[in-house]
Each structure stands twice: as C-alpha cells, then as structure tokens.
Design a protein around this ligand. Structure first.
Ligand SMILES: [Mg+2]
Length: 408
C-alpha cells in the first residue's frame, strides 16, 4: 500500500481544529486531528509532510513516527513539543494508526493490543460552545460571551463561574462524579501570574466552597491552572485549596520548570497532573526522576500522537503512575484518547466535555462513543470508528486543501 495524497480540512466556525486525511492506492483513508495555530500547521503538512509521506507505505508507522520527529522536521532545529511541527506530526500519526487499523480490519483499541477494561470513567471539563473554537483572540474564555451557546446545550463555562454548586449537581444527576474548573485563571492575567491578592484568592476559593456546600463530597474537583502562575502564588492558591480535598492540581506553573514543580508537589496535599503541553516520553522521564508529577495528562494532538502515547504508557507502567489524556479540543483526539484509555491498563480517567460531545462534536463526526452514567464505552467499527460528517465536508465554511503526487 502507498500513500497517494494528503488532505487538510478546516472549518471557519471551529477554525482552531485541523484534520488531516491520508489517501492510499488501495482506497483506504486515515483521519487525524490537531489544534491551534491552524494555518501554520496546514502549511507544514503540505510543505513538509506531504513530500515525505506520498509514495510511502502507510503501515510502517514506527518508521514515519521516527522520521517525522527526528529527521524530516526536527533534526536540524530541534522543535520543542507543542510546536507547529509536533502538532502536524501528531495529526499524521493519528491518521496512520486509523489507516493501519482499518487495513487490519480492527478497531484501534484492538490494534493496540485489545481491551484492558470494558469502560473507563470520565470527568467533565466545564467548557462550553465557543470556548477555544477559533484561531483568533476573540475565542471565548471564562467571563466572556463572544459565541452564544447553541439551543439546549450546556453552558458549563458560565456555570462554573456563576453557579458552580448547581453545575456540580447537574453533573451528578447525569452520573458524572468529577469535574474540572479553572476559578483562578482570570486573576492571573492582570499580573502575568506573579501574584494573587487575598481578595481574588478568596473569590476563586468561594467557587470551590459553593460546590462542596451544594453536593458535599459527592463530586471530585480537578483544579486547572493552565500553567499561568509563578511558583509562589501557585503554592499560595494550592495550600488554601487543599482544604477542600481537590482531586488534582493541573499544570500549576510553567511545566518546563521541573524543579519548581517538584517543590510545588512536595508542599501540597493533592496530586499533580500534567502536562498537556509538554508531556512527551522524554518530559515524563525527567519529571518522574524529580518526583514532580503524579498523573500523566498528555495531549495526543500535541505530543506526537498515538506512537508517543505508546512510549508514555511504558513509562507509566514502569513507574507505577496513571495516565489521563487531555482533550478539550476536537472529537478525533478525544476518540483516540478513548481507544488508548481502554487499551492501556495504566489509564485512570478520560477527560470529556459534555457540552462538546452533546453539541458540536455531533456536527463534526458521524459516530461518537456511548457515554452512560459517567463512563465511556468502546467505539463500534474499525479504525477510530468515526469519520468526518459529509455535511461538514460540504459546508461552504469548510476549506479543503489537497496535495497529491502530481503536485510535488
Ligand atoms: Mg489542562
């Protein structure tokens, strides 16, 4: 089998998402996805990846993973994780695994060795329509309402700020017993994360307190810091928050500073999760050597795709640590996360966004996993078990660019 062309797909409404489709001479296709800075990624995929991939055997994933990271793109300049190149390579890698699974007539989870469990618990990330959708500064964040929510969908972003207790109860009503919130982010921006006033600290804590008052200890709270803080204010927040028994502190500081991270972890009670931005196998090697991390929260679309996750799962196993892959972006990475989480026994919990999988994910792909009573179940079908919707591909807001052999 040979790769005959690559296609990039982007829709202006959700423009941070980039999909790649690999075409082959046997009619099979592979689908991948990545997120953020889309135009640069699209250029990279056509300019650098297409000439490498076209004419090659897509089933030799190990060779392509190594070549794309270590030779074709990275050798001379040494791009760090989360660069355009890494994200482009991640999308390619996911597509190669989708393709290889289809060529083997297997579901991706079976391609990875088969189920290690029948289902995995989920937690809800309290985002909503418009959050991070667009590749411009007008994307929605907590406290802004640039994109109106779609009819009947959840607005967990608004709720986490305005009515966190009611939000927690509505999740429990659906059987979801863990939630992620980021009540301190808005206070980091004015000071670049250098300090937090006592007033702002108490305001953020008040949202956590409201959850405990509303539902007691029935829900677990993942506390997200988005790497916005310096060590001292991060510790100031975490020490006070520990009183409420949060489930984890996620990306509390710039996660490149591993000694600071180890210092943070030593001085707080709840475990530390990270890093969606930096969490390659090499980063975990160093982070675990310094006892800087508990939960391995990496993003398939940013760290090299499924091939890198396989390496990370070996590190998790050898260090007796648990994995909990990140997704608050698009449906393909989320579904790939599900396959990995069901295949690798080190997996603990699956990040999920109910306003996405009950909302715009349905417009993007034709099959989503069953979510029931706080658990995610295996996909039907072969490969990832999903494809982009025809209506998305035919939409006037969708931009498709293809590179084939004749274009090279
Ligand atoms: Mg995060």
């Amino acid at each position: 089998m040979k790769i005959t062309g690559i296609e990039t797909i982007q829709n202006t409404k959700y423009s941070n998402l980039v999909w790649i489709k690999l075409y082959t001479d046997e009619g099979l296709t592979g689908l991948g996805e990545t997120f953020r800075n889309p135009q640069a990624i699209i250029s990279y995929l056509h300019e650098t990846c297409a000439p490498y991939l076209i004419g090659r055997d897509p089933l030799r994933i190990n060779e392509h993973s190594d070549n794309l990271i270590n030779w074709t793109a990275n050798r001379y300049i040494g791009y760090p994780t989360r660069s355009v190149e890494y994200r482009g390579n991640s999308a390619v890698d996911i597509a190669l695994w989708d393709l290889k699974s289809k060529a083997s007539n297997l579901s991706l989870v079976d391609m990875l060795g088969g189920l290690s469990r029948d289902y995995i618990p989920i937690y809800n990330t309290c985002a909503a329509d418009g959050y991070n959708w667009n590749a411009n500064s007008r994307s929605r964040s907590v406290g802004s309402t640039v994109v109106k929510k779609e009819k009947n969908n959840y607005d967990d972003l608004e709720m986490q700020a305005q009515n966190p207790g009611e939000l927690a109860q509505s999740l429990l009503d659906e059987g979801v017993s863990a939630m992620k919130i980021w009540p301190f982010d808005e206070f980091a921006f004015p000071t670049k994360g250098q300090m937090i006033s006592l007033e702002n600290l108490k305001e953020g804590i008040n949202r956590i307190e409201k959850i405990r008052k509303a539902v007691g200890n029935k829900i677990d709270i993942m506390l997200e810091y988005h790497s916005l803080w310096q060590l001292a204010p991060a510790l100031k927040i975490a020490r006070q928050v520990d009183e409420f028994d949060v489930f984890w502190h996620e990306d509390p500081i710039n996660m490149a500073h591993l000694k600071d991270l180890a210092e943070f972890r030593k001085n707080i009670i709840a475990p530390v999760a990270g890093s969606e931005a930096l969490g390659t196998a090499l980063w975990y090697r160093d982070a675990l050597a310094l006892d800087a991390i508990d939960y391995m929260h990496y993003d398939l679309g940013w760290i090299g795709g499924i091939s890198e996750a396989i390496k990370i799962s070996g590190i998790a196993h050898a260090n007796n640590r648990m994995m909990c892959p990140h997704d608050c972006t698009g449906p393909i990475v989320w579904i790939a996360n599900l396959h990995i989480s069901l295949a690798f026994s080190s997996s603990m919990i699956l990040e999920s966004v109910r306003s996405y999988y009950n909302g715009f994910y349905k417009k993007l792909v034709n099959n989503l996993p069953k979510i029931e009573k706080g658990f995610a179940f295996p996909m039907d079908g072969i490969g990832l078990g999903t494809e982009l919707q025809d209506s998305l591909l035919k939409s006037p807001n969708t931009i498709i660019r293809k590179t084939s052999k004749n274009d090279l």
